[in-house]
Design a protein around this ligand. Structure first.
Ligand SMILES: NC(=O)c1ccc[n+]([C@@H]2O[C@H](COP(=O)([O-])OP(=O)(O)OC[C@H]3O[C@@H](n4cnc5c(N)ncnc54)[C@H](O)[C@@H]3O)[C@@H](O)[C@H]2O)c1
Ligand SMILES: O=C(O)CC[C@@H](O)C(=O)O
Length: 387
């Protein structure tokens, strides 16, 4: 029986996939696997019982990836599962940045009791006039699952679209419209664009990429859309740029006390992926990946360990070993099996950075003795008997 703990609300269509062999538990400390959305795990102790954590979403900055890897915990995410939801809200944000729809609605609500409201509207509407996005230049930073869709949508809205992503994947490049203009540097994109939307993960390199210096390069009156992460933007510098008119509007999915209520800020309560469709897609993908890992030891879409797939084990035994990516590990595993006179039928070893993972199928079920022997090898982080 596998015990699952949900730290955030996960769509039922995903949770319903768990069979009778799974039990939902309220405590993180009791769980074998955890489903999470935006809750932070940075200050959590990681009990030995936890084998895997699945992030039902894309961003994993709320999870300590190396600390998890060190504890033999595989962390999954659900690439692309909520990308369309974000693309659609980016389109709405472009419209809200270009037209003062929000200011207009707020004003109408403030005069709603006036019997002359219809007349007042016609008299005052010019205060809320805006501009059109057709023909304007849109810069998309980060051409992954969301960025590609946002760039292609901008093109369909007849915008001139510029893209920047030095690490673009082949798969993403295939999906990108041929009309998107690649820029060689961020500076080029900043200088050209009237609207800039950012779709990169929050890392040490991208943190506060929108700051005094980079904002200064941009066009006067640029609008900036942030549906990625709060800390990509230096808030003090953004507020300064809004006050001076350098930035016309800042649309953010990440309200915080500094930016909320500032003139020109449109703060949305992290709704990018809050659609039934995105929540369902993320939940299904996260649960399927967890189940395949717990039941078969297979890894798909992990962000701290490499993908590894040996299908369903048809032999007597399978062992999963999380270990450091250092020399001589495999020979120590194989000699441990040889000493126990156990024949290895199949074996896969994959690594990602400093972490490695080995699946071993054997012709007899694994004894406590072999498990103990492997656990004692220096560099082994976790050994799991799958079968
Ligand atoms: N608001 C929401 O609800 C919501 C939903 C989904 C994703 N997100 C955020 O958006 C981010 C992107 O999501 P995604 O699904 O497109 O992820 P993704 O991994 O598919 O794409 C990220 C892209 O950013 C690129 N990139 C990384 N560093 C870069 C840099 N310095 N400059 C330019 N490009 C860089 C990568 O090469 C990759 O193509 C996530 O990390 C997450 O933080 C937010
Ligand atoms: O779970 C959510 O609602 C937000 C998810 C989003 O921020 C992501 O990174 O995928």
């Amino acid at each position: 029986m596998f015990k699952i703990n949900c730290l955030n609300q996960i769509a039922n269509v995903g949770l319903d996939l768990f069979t009778d062999n799974y039990e939902m538990v309220d405590s993180f400390n009791e769980a074998n696997a955890v489903l999470v959305r935006s809750s932070s795990l940075h200050d959590q102790e990681l009990p030995r019982t936890i084998e895997a954590i699945a992030r039902a979403g894309a961003g994993v900055n709320n999870i300590p990836l190396d600390k998890c890897a060190e504890n033999g915990i595989v962390v999954f995410n659900t690439p692309g599962a909520n990308a369309n939801g974000v693309k659609e809200i980016v389109i709405a944000a472009l419209m809200m940045a270009a037209r003062d729809i929000i200011g207009g609605i707020n004003w109408v609500n403030s005069v709603k009791e006036d019997p002359e409201v219809a007349k007042l509207v016609e008299k005052n509407k010019s205060k809320f006039s805006g501009r059109e996005i057709k023909g304007k230049k849109l810069g998309v930073i980060g051409l992954g699952a969301v960025g590609v869709l946002a760039a292609n949508a901008g093109n369909k809205l007849e915008m001139e679209v510029y893209g920047f992503d030095p690490f673009i994947s082949v798969n993403a490049a295939w999906k990108l419209s041929k009309y998107i203009k690649p820029t060689k540097s961020l500076e080029e994109l900043y200088q050209e664009c009237d609207f800039i939307t950012v779709h990169v993960p929050l890392t040490d390199k991208t943190k506060e990429m929108f700051n005094k210096e980079t904002l200064a390069i941009m066009k006067d009156g640029v609008s900036i859309l942030n549906f990625s992460r709060d800390s990509l933007v230096n808030d003090d510098d953004m507020i300064e740029a809004l006050k001076s008119g350098k930035v016309h509007r800042y649309v953010t999915d990440f309200p915080n006390p500094k930016v909320c209520g500032v003139q020109g800020v449109i703060a949305i309560p992290h709704l990018g992926a809050s659609t039934n469709e995105s929540e369902d897609n993320c939940a299904i993908m996260a649960v399927e990946q967890l189940m395949d890992y717990l039941e078969n030891g297979n890894i798909k879409n992990s962000v701290n360990y490499a993908n590894c797939d040996m299908g369903v084990c048809t032999l007597a035994g399978r062992l999963a070993i999380n270990h450091r990516n250092i020399p001589n590990m495999l020979s120590q595993f194989t000699s441990a099996f040889a000493q126990e006179n156990i024949n290895i039928s199949d074996m896969t070893n994959k690594s990602k950075g400093q972490w490695a993972y080995t699946l071993i199928d054997i012709e007899s079920s694994s004894s406590d003795c072999i498990v103990k022997k492997i656990r004692e090898i220096n560099g082994v982080l976790k050994v799991r008997v799958i079968k």
